[in-house]
Design a protein around this ligand. Structure first.
Ligand SMILES: NC(=O)c1ccc[n+]([C@@H]2O[C@H](COP(=O)([O-])OP(=O)(O)OC[C@H]3O[C@@H](n4cnc5c(N)ncnc54)[C@H](OP(=O)(O)O)[C@@H]3O)[C@@H](O)[C@H]2O)c1
Length: 202
């Protein structure tokens, strides 16, 4: 089974590559230097040339503050870029796994969100990711949308690494105490993805 993974150098993407390789999938890891997902033609050409059986799509513009100052760019990558990947999957008639976020909700539910809760993003990142979800639902029949939160992995910046670094540098730490979330290890998301795609219940 051939699987193409976008954003393969990112925090989640790199663990997806490892977990799928371990299970003997033929993996095509790709990132922005292979093709830019905002380029419709390049995206479709690249994916179609590899002819995968499945696409995993963690690539995104994940800088939450950057999305706020450049919302057009956030939509370009997270909505239109995701649509370009979905169109390639439609043309190949293959399933796609898309990674979305708890930021599509308004954050007022302290009990945890369920699949049928109504989205209501409060920031540009959440709005752009929700637009990506909607494109996938319009373009594809065979898809999974995996809404994850607060990723921690070996690659990239994350809360645990930041606290460890600050703990080495400072005597006393000041940390926000008005944020609630479920930290999620990228390796767990990768393993759960493996289970998900083995059951074609889109
Ligand atoms: N991090 C979190 O806490 C979190 C929480 C919930 C959901 N998510 C979602 O989970 C997924 C993975 O997150 P992550 O933190 O692992 O992301 P990440 O580390 O920022 O990795 C994203 C990857 O996508 C690549 N990319 C960005 N723009 C691209 C483009 N136009 N074309 C092709 N590739 C592009 C990036 O390359 P460059 O580095 O060169 O830009 C990077 O390698 C994302 O969809 C994100 O929205 C993340």
């Amino acid at each position: 089974m051939k699987v193409l993974i976008t954003g393969a150098k990112g925090m989640l993407g790199s663990d997806l590559v490892e977990v799928f390789k371990e299970k003997n999938y033929e993996v095509f890891p790709c990132d922005i230097d292979d093709f830019d997902i905002t380029d419709n033609m390049a995206t479709r050409q690249y994916i179609k040339a590899k002819n995968p059986d499945l696409v995993l799509h963690p690539a995104a513009y994940t800088d939450v503050d950057g999305c706020e100052t450049n919302e057009d760019f956030a939509y370009k990558v997270n909505a239109l870029g995701t649509r370009n990947v979905a169109v390639a999957c439609r043309e190949l008639d293959i399933p796609m796994v898309h990674y979305s976020t708890d930021y599509i909700f308004d954050g007022t539910n302290s009990q945890g969100y369920k699949e049928f809760d109504q989205p209501g993003p409060l920031n540009a990142y959440g709005r752009s990711k929700l637009a990506g979800e909607k494109f996938i639902q319009q373009v594809l029949d065979k898809f999974y949308i995996v809404r994850i939160s607060w990723l921690c992995g070996h690659k990239g910046k994350n809360f645990i690494k930041t606290i460890l670094r600050l703990a080495r540098e400072k005597k006393e730490l000041t940390v926000v105490n008005d944020q609630t979330g479920s930290p999620t290890f990228t390796i767990d998301v990768a393993k759960a993805t493996l289970q998900l795609v083995q059951r074609p219940t889109y």
